[in-house]
Ligand binder design. Structure first.
Ligand SMILES: [Zn+2]
Length: 265
């Protein structure tokens, strides 16, 4: 049976560890030491490393992990600087086969945070926790938020998030940062009367008080609370127009204004 668990790193990163028996794959290892520690404690063999984008807090541990595990395969976006020689370069629509885990992943191109950013999607299957689809989306979609636009345009990010929002509601979102509580404070400023959001805020506050990760979260919940997936709704548009002081016609304009608002929030 597949198991997916977070390895905390730095201030608020999660390196996702996917295991089946003693086989392991990690997603976005920004640091090697916390990964090595868990592999040793649990007697796991590192089979592969999945990279979503080139930022150092997602790739910084790759070289040290390869020193220790020279046979581990590294998968990374084709459109960005590869994290190590011999990395397998991936583009939209490619498949990643992880036979050691019994897992097949589909690659989705999701530019915006960076230009070559990719996400890894596993369709529903018997192996997965509760059979649900899995999404490893790096710094594209967060719970209650989305990544900053370091390289891409608002239009690119809006398109990327729309693709992710079209996945089935039970898809589990494994993003890379524990930003949920701060993100929800922003969502609440935009939609103070969203009942689903109020409920989720309370749950998240409880989890964080106990030091428990808020991730993964289902896409269906994100569509109900995350304002960056709700730019098409009249209430979100009205609040954003009021903040911006201009009329916003297109959904993309609402999204861009929300992203600017959050940058200064
Ligand atoms: Zn990043």
């Amino acid at each position: 049976m597949l198991n997916v668990s977070p390895i905390p790193a730095f201030q608020d990163n999660y390196i996702w560890l996917i295991t089946n028996n003693n086989h392991a794959v990690v997603v976005d290892p920004g640091a090697a030491a916390p990964v090595e520690q868990v592999l040793a404690e649990r007697g796991l063999t590192l089979e592969a490393i999945l990279i979503t984008h080139h930022h150092h807090d997602h790739t910084g541990g790759v070289k040290a992990l390869l020193d220790q595990w020279p046979n581990a395969r590294v998968y990374a976006p084709a459109a960005e600087r590869l994290p190590a020689p011999g990395s397998i370069a991936l583009s939209d629509g490619d498949n990643v086969s992880l036979p050691e885990l019994g897992l097949e992943l589909e690659v989705m191109s999701v530019p915006g945070h960076t230009l070559g950013h990719i996400a890894y999607y596993a369709p529903p299957q018997d192996q997965a926790p509760q059979g649900q689809p899995l999404l490893f989306c790096g710094d594209t979609l967060f719970s209650g938020g989305c990544g900053r636009l370091f390289e891409g345009t608002p239009g690119q990010m809006y398109q990327s998030l729309s693709r992710l929002a079209a996945l089935s509601d039970d898809t589990r979102v494994y993003c890379t940062h524990e930003y949920t509580q701060a993100n929800l404070a922003f969502c609440h400023a935009v939609e103070p009367n969203n009942p689903e959001l109020k409920k989720y805020l309370q749950n998240v506050a409880k989890l964080r008080q106990q030091g428990v990760p808020t991730l993964p979260s289902p896409i269906g919940l994100e569509k109900a609370v995350n304002v960056f997936l709700r730019a098409h709704l009249a209430g979100v548009r009205a609040a954003t127009q009021a903040h911006e002081g201009v009329e916003l016609i297109e959904n993309i304009d609402v999204f861009a204004a929300l992203r600017r608002w959050k940058d200064d929030f």
